[in-house]
Design a protein. Structure first.
Length: 305
């Protein structure tokens, strides 16, 4: 089954080459790549793509936007341009395991109990640092979301970090039906779409980490990861909760509004628990330091005595 891959980029050639190589390394080669240069320097993209043209063959389709239309609109633009039954999104600073497409497709084709909108794998978070001559990996750890079986709407509402954009393989007809990404959002488009998907459809999950989400601690700009580059990230989490709650209050879906309210309160409780746990850990460390200090002093007095 054919797959359309949508890769959005803007003035980040230092990452783009790695992302393109990640696509080319896929063991399932039945795909087309829609590369959307969203307002970036086209010559910089030319330089990255040129050495890989032979490897892509006829599978590369490029869209150059003179002005940026934002990441969500860029995805929707490519969604309309393609026609494959399945769609995957690959950001320019992330990567995939070589078997991501093959194993995601196999999971979808082998699941015949009832229709699903797509599947999503677990994600490995990769912390890295930009140096003058290289991108250096610092460490890897599990991403916060570890979905099992089918995604449930309550768990999707509870956490915006359950899945990453590049962990999903979705059916085009359903993406088109839902209108793709919400272009009014500068961040959290993947979470908002996942909530809309989960309200109507089921999503199968793969427990293995086949997607790699790369993050950097840069304060912003082209070297920061897409989420951390936007300062108002937390504000938009609350804004979405408010929007969904108001939809319920307005009578559009009262049951959904109640579910959102419960999820939001559970999230607050969990966050408060995390803060309290951090405070207690800090207190324990301080007490341990004090105990060691006094033990050292007492030991010195004992020797003198």
């Amino acid at each position: 089954m054919k797959i359309d891959i949508i890769l959005r980029t803007k003035n980040r050639p230092q990452f783009l080459g790695r992302a393109l190589d990640s696509v080319l390394a896929q063991t399932n080669g039945d795909w087309r790549l829609f590369l959307v240069n969203d307002g970036g320097d086209p010559l910089a993209v030319d330089r990255v793509v040129e050495s890989r043209l032979d490897a892509f063959g006829q599978r590369l389709f490029r869209i150059d936007n003179r002005d940026s239309i934002n990441m969500a609109a860029a995805f929707n633009q490519a969604l309309v341009a393609g026609d494959a039954p399945l769609v995957a999104c690959h950001d320019d600073d992330d990567t995939w395991h070589p078997d991501f497409l093959a194993r995601s497709l196999s999971a979808l084709e082998s699941f015949d109990h009832f229709p699903v909108a797509g599947c999503a794998c677990a994600t490995m978070l990769v912390e890295e640092e930009i140096r003058p001559d290289a991108i250096v990996e610092l460490r890897r750890r599990f991403f916060s979301g570890r979905p099992r079986g089918l995604l449930s709407l309550p768990e999707v509402l509870l956490s915006n970090d359950l899945l990453t954009t590049n962990s999903m393989l979705l059916r085009r007809e359903i993406l088109v039906e839902l209108g793709g990404y919400d272009e009014s959002l500068p961040v959290l488009q993947d979470w908002e779409l996942l909530v809309r998907l989960s309200r109507k459809y089921d999503i199968l999950t793969i427990e293995d980490e086949l997607a790699y989400y790369h993050v950097r601690k840069a304060p912003g700009g082209n070297s920061a990861d897409n989420s951390n580059a936007y300062i108002g990230h937390r504000a938009f989490i609350e804004w979405l909760y408010n929007r969904w709650t108001r939809q319920g209050i307005a009578g559009e879906d009262a049951g959904f509004g109640h579910l959102v309210a419960v999820a939001r309160m559970l999230r607050r409780i969990r966050e408060m628990s995390d803060v309290e746990l951090d405070r207690q850990k800090h207190a324990i460390l301080e007490n341990s330091c004090s105990i060691r200090t006094w033990a050292h002093r007492l030991g010195g007095l004992w020797k003198k005595g």
